[in-house]
Design a protein around this ligand. Structure first.
Ligand code: PLP
Length: 460
């Protein structure tokens, strides 16, 4: 284990061995409490939550009004099975959510997380196709790289070789088209022409697969974990809609990460007035207060399903009153504190700061994103985009340098994906310009340390 992989504990670790296992057996500090954009550990260290966990804590930690709403609900009932009772928080949250979504996206199905949300979208699409006499449609085209979840259904539409390869024999692997990494292309086309070209790859794929067999296309309107806040050229979005319409294919927007206000609009797709057929939400909807997710669809898709026996899908905890009370209070706080506007304004500040870092550290080949969902891509040579040697694990080193300095940022390198090393900065939507300055200073120091270690170019 390199010394960079572990943040040294303040004192010798006297904790008993852990029974838990996740990605590795690496021990992490024990968290004590959180408030706003900060975490404190048992041993007294403070961390800035510069990525809202994995882009979850949109409204910040320990919001009093959300906690109070949850406590009030806890005193009434924490669980009432949705097939036995309706509950007020679920009804009200569905209404509030429908009010924030594009016109007509007013049928809501609750789940408890992002993978459940995307998987529910796929199953809804399939049942709609069967109910409307199109049983040959089953293929869900997805982008590579992409991340749509870890359950076998959501993994089957996730474009990530390392995550999928072990499980491939157990899944129907779905067709892919390249994610629109237009900034990387070295051709004579304008960005808008490239946007069209990437969208047209979907049409080519549909034709190659046989249009009658294609059910849906799933995409993150603003990329998440796999592409670090990748934004397509403006021309991409309407063209995708046109192509889906041409072949009667449903357009699923996975807004699990980009939704719930983080990008400066309620949905990432709202930046282009997108009209998806089905939307998946989670993460920021519960904002870390409760496991919560949702699928939204228009009545025209839901009605045929209900008429043919109902949606044959669901999870035990779906729509439970406690999680929904949390979600309702989260949306309430978003409105009361005008957090979506703050995400847009602070997103501009953050983007300007990241561009400043790019000047200082030319190995940052691209910075991108919308609002407070931002990402940067690091390469060995910004001219040729030659990647940093993967063996040096640049992303992990950078995250570790930041962590050792009390800042959490996010990053993952996707096997078989874009070559660059990505990192993401996505703080809670309550962040101030001063706090952004504090984060940027730590990121700058961490990039400096990385540049020295890996002999990467630094300006001046
Ligand atoms: N979809 C997207 C875009 C995500 O970013 C994630 C998680 O990172 C998921 C789906 C899966 O969500 P969960 O981890 O809550 O199952």
């Amino acid at each position: 284990m390199s010394k960079l992989e572990v943040q040294p504990a303040a004192e010798a670790d006297t904790r008993p061995p852990s029974h838990l296992f996740y990605l590795s057996s690496l021990r992490r500090p024990l968290v004590d409490h959180a408030e706003g954009i900060y975490f404190w550990t048992k041993d007294g260290r403070r961390f800035i939550d510069g990525s809202s966990g994995p882009m979850v804590a949109n409204i910040g930690h320990s919001n009093r009004n959300v906690l109070d709403a949850m406590k009030r609900q806890m005193d009434k009932t924490t669980f009432a099975y949705r097939l036995h009772f309706e509950n007020e928080p679920a009804e009200e949250l569905a209404r509030a959510l429908a009010g924030k979504l594009p016109q007509g996206m007013d049928r809501i199905f609750f789940v408890s997380g992002g993978s459940e949300a995307t998987e529910s979208c796929i199953k809804l699409a399939r049942q709609w196709a069967v109910a409307t006499g199109q049983p040959k449609r089953w293929k869900v085209i997805t982008r590579f790289p992409s991340y749509h979840g870890g359950t076998l259904g959501s993994l089957s539409v996730t474009g990530d070789d390392a995550l999928a390869e072990t499980f491939t024999p157990m899944m129907k692997v779905m067709p892919t088209v390249p994610a629109p990494t237009a900034w990387r292309d070295r051709d004579n086309l304008s960005m808008e022409q490239r946007g069209i070209r990437y969208a047209d790859m979907l049409e080519e794929k549909i034709l190659a697969e046989g249009p009658e067999s294609v059910l849906a296309f799933i995409m993150e309107p603003i990329g998440g974990a796999a592409t670090a806040a990748l934004v397509a050229p403006d021309s991409y979005y309407p063209r995708i809609r046109e192509i889906c319409d041409r072949y009667g294919i449903l357009l699923i927007h996975d807004e699990v990460m980009s939704g719930a206000g983080r990008t400066g609009k309620f949905l990432g797709g709202d930046h282009w007035n997108c009209r998806p057929d089905i939307v998946a939400l989670s993460k920021g909807l519960g904002s870390g207060y409760a496991p919560l997710g949702a699928l939204a669809a228009p009545m025209r898709l839901v009605e045929p399903l209900l008429a043919s026996g109902g949606f044959q899908h669901g999870h035990t905890y779906a729509g439970n009153p406690l999680a929904c009370a949390a979600g309702l209070a989260v949306l309430g706080e978003m409105d009361r504190l005008d957090l979506i506007a703050n995400a847009a304004a602070m997103g501009d500040v953050l983007m300007a700061e990241l561009k400043g870092l790019q000047k200082r550290f030319p190995f940052i080949a691209d910075v991108r994103g919308k609002g407070l969902l931002t990402g940067a891509e690091m390469v060995a040579d910004p001219e040729t985009l030659k990647p940093i040697d993967p063996a040096s694990k640049a992303t992990q080193r950078l995250l570790d340098h930041a962590y050792a300095r009390g800042l959490i940022i996010y990053g993952r390198k996707v096997k078989g994906g874009v070559d660059g090393d990505n990192f993401m900065v996505a703080p809670p939507m309550i962040i101030t310009a001063e706090q952004i300055g504090e984060m940027i200073s730590i990121i700058g120091d961490s990039l400096e340390a990385l540049a020295v270690e890996l002999d990467l170019p630094v300006e001046g």
